[in-house]
Ligand binder design. Structure first.
Ligand SMILES: NC(=O)c1ccc[n+]([C@@H]2O[C@H](COP(=O)([O-])OP(=O)(O)OC[C@H]3O[C@@H](n4cnc5c(N)ncnc54)[C@H](O)[C@@H]3O)[C@@H](O)[C@H]2O)c1
Length: 317
């Protein structure tokens, strides 16, 4: 059934892939994004090129904190909000925490207010694996002693708590999806795979914090989108949290090996001291998402990197 969906942060990496996918399925999308300056807005403009050709796509260049203005602009009935807009970046938030609370927490509150005012019941929220900090692995949604170790991760945990309050008070369905190291076409420039590709194709050194043994549960963006789509139809409980990851942590040096093998090039590495605030490993237990959302990650790391490199070569060189 065709849905009318608001996507915040729809010009970003995950958001633009999501908008294209949902539009291809015949849905109507209203995208809210202010083109924040975390990375160059040309990339975000490019991200939206395809969607802007679709008559079912509306773009609103606005800040998510402007509740009243957005309430005025958004007319008619909506099936769901997918709230992706955020100030991203675990590492950047450690060095420069200003603005994270304002955008990620106050911004989420503003979009929740909008959901209440517009009577939109389904609210899908982009949370993050980073909120697990150094919790026991694999990370499990039932683990309750969460101690996020970066300002960014703290804002995501706080947003989940506020989402829970709203779900109880206003009977909306707040579905929080904890994404694990997403990668694919349109990747954010600050993320490691982009830096590896720049190292290989633009002859830049890759700065490796520590010895390259940190491991991440890299998840291809199409798998994340599949999980988001499933969450749109999840209406069994008012508040639910799901991990969305591949369930397969891979060490940084292994990722580098795959890139080198795929490109036939050798990366120049500069080892620097590790920084506090980043987890040693992220690893999703996907049991809950698999049982309740029928979620499964289907793209393995070699396939995913191949697809990413195809995009990188046609857009970044
Ligand atoms: N990429 C990942 O690996 C990853 C992992 C976990 C969680 N997430 C979460 O997924 C979501 C999307 O991440 P992404 O990697 O696509 O990031 P992104 O930075 O590419 O996208 C975020 C978008 O939000 C927009 N935005 C920021 N502040 C805004 C504001 N005040 N008003 C309106 N728009 C605003 C930005 O312009 C950007 O287009 C974020 O909430 C992020 O925290 C991402």
């Amino acid at each position: 059934m065709k849905k009318r969906i608001i996507v915040t942060g729809g010009a970003g990496f995950i958001g633009s892939n999501l908008c294209d996918y949902l539009l291809n399925k015949g849905n109507e999308i209203i995208c809210i994004d202010n083109f924040d300056d975390y990375y160059p807005c040309e990339q975000k403009q490019n991200n939206l090129k395809q969607a802007l050709k679709n008559p079912n796509f509306t773009f609103i260049k606005e800040d998510i904190k402007k509740t009243n203005k957005l309430a005025e602009l958004l007319t008619g009935k909506f099936n769901a909000i997918i709230h992706l807009a955020a100030k991203a970046g675990v590492r950047y938030s450690i060095k420069n925490p200003i603005g994270y609370e304002e955008i990620n927490v106050q911004g989420t509150k503003s979009i929740l207010e909008l959901a209440v005012r517009k009577n939109i019941q389904q609210f899908v929220f982009a949370s993050s694996s980073s909120i697990y900090g150094n919790a026991p692995t694999p990370f499990d949604e039932n683990f309750k002693e969460l101690k996020p170790i970066s300002p960014y991760a703290q804002t995501k945990l706080l947003s989940e708590k506020i989402g829970k309050e709203y779900s109880e008070k206003y009977n909306l369905n707040f579905i929080s999806l904890r994404f694990f190291s997403v990668y694919g076409p349109g990747l954010r420039p600050d993320l490691v795979m982009n830096k590896i590709a720049n190292g290989l194709f633009k002859n830049e050194n890759l700065k490796v914090f520590g010895n390259g043994n940190t491991a991440r549960d890299y998840t291809y963006v199409d798998d994340i989108i599949f999980g988001i789509e499933k969450a749109l139809d999840y209406k069994n409980t008012n508040f639910e949290v799901f991990n969305l990851g591949s369930g397969n942590p891979i060490k940084l040096y292994e990722i580098i090996n795959i890139f080198e093998k795929e490109t036939g090039k050798k990366l120049k590495i500069e080892n620097i001291a590790p920084i506090n605030g980043e987890s040693e490993i992220t690893w999703a237990n996907n049991k809950k998402a698999s049982e309740l959302l029928n979620f499964q990650a289907t793209i393995n790391i070699e396939q995913g990197i191949k697809k990413y490199l195809t995009w990188y070569k046609s857009h970044c060189l």
